[in-house]
Write a protein that binds this ligand. Structure first.
Ligand code: 0FX
Length: 248
């Protein structure tokens, strides 16, 4: 039997919920409930998920969480965990960044820009954003020909690999932690939004321009944009990169 028996997964991410459900099958006798943010109706209505998701608004619902569960795992939950909840119950975060670098919003976007490491981290949640003691982490590579989505896909797979390897120690509360020696840096949603607005008069090297656009190219998302100088229309920009066969 495990140290933690009543587990709550809070997630706003389809891929990670699916991945966690597959892993959870290996553990008998665990009680796992799955919640997502109340605003995330599309995820709650998604019939291809193997579990039913219940809506939760942590700001108001946290007392029920601490009464019912002994372990809460965030798999990209888009709500901040209230300090009262973090103090009262073990809370663990699975984060798509290599802590303490580029903590916060869309870490790989910022790592493409500032050259800091890409990866995934499982850590204890404290009162600061993506900040607590690190349980496990794994780096992934980000290559010059890769855009945000290419790196992100590697990161979410790394998150599942870490969960697969460390879930036994997490459930038994036998894991070791490390505390990063530096605080690192944090990016917020507003920093991402500011990056998306391109200034046609900004001067930068071609390398920096390519990095900016590959950081903002993520599949179908319309991220980078500029304003047409004459019509005032918004023009969206994304980048297509393809690696050739020859070295030269
Ligand atoms: O679930 P998630 O991958 O993670 C995000 C934050 O990056 C993470 O730091 C936080 N802990 C978590 C709660 O929320 O977010 P997503 O599915 O909205 O986005 C996945 C990727 O898609 C993102 O890294 C970049 C890209 N994206 C997403 C949106 C919404 C864009 O390029 N543009 C967008 O507008």
């Amino acid at each position: 039997m495990y140290h933690y028996k009543n587990i709550l997964i809070i997630s706003d991410n389809f891929f990670l919920i699916n991945g966690f459900c597959s892993l959870a099958k290996k553990y008998e006798g665990l009680h796992v409930d799955y919640n997502c943010s109340a605003v995330n109706t599309s995820l709650r209505n998604n019939t291809s998920l193997p579990v039913k998701l219940t809506a939760i608004t942590l700001k108001q619902d946290w007392p029920q969480v601490i009464a019912k569960y002994d372990l809460v795992i965030s798999l990209h939950c888009k709500q901040l965990f209230p300090a009262e909840m973090v103090k009262a119950v073990k809370c663990i975060n699975v984060h798509p960044g290599y802590n303490p670098y580029n903590r916060g919003w869309f870490p790989q976007v910022f790592s493409i820009l500032n050259g800091l490491p890409f990866g995934a981290t499982i850590h204890e949640i404290d009162e600061q954003l993506d900040h607590g003691a690190i349980i496990a982490q794994k780096k992934v590579t980000g290559e010059l020909w890769e855009t945000s989505i290419d790196v992100y896909n590697k990161i979410v797979h790394a998150e599942i690999e870490l969960l697969d390897a460390y879930l036994p120690a997490i459930l038994n509360n036998t894991y070791q932690t490390i505390t990063p020696e530096v605080e690192g840096n944090v990016n917020l949603k507003k920093d991402f939004n500011a990056l998306c607005q391109l200034d046609l008069n900004e001067e930068l090297t071609m390398g920096k321009a390519i990095d900016r656009l590959r950081a903002l190219t993520h599949g179908e998302y319309k991220n980078a944009w500029f304003t047409h100088p004459e019509t005032g229309e918004k023009i969206y920009v994304s980048l297509n990169l393809e690696k050739g066969k020859n070295k030269n």
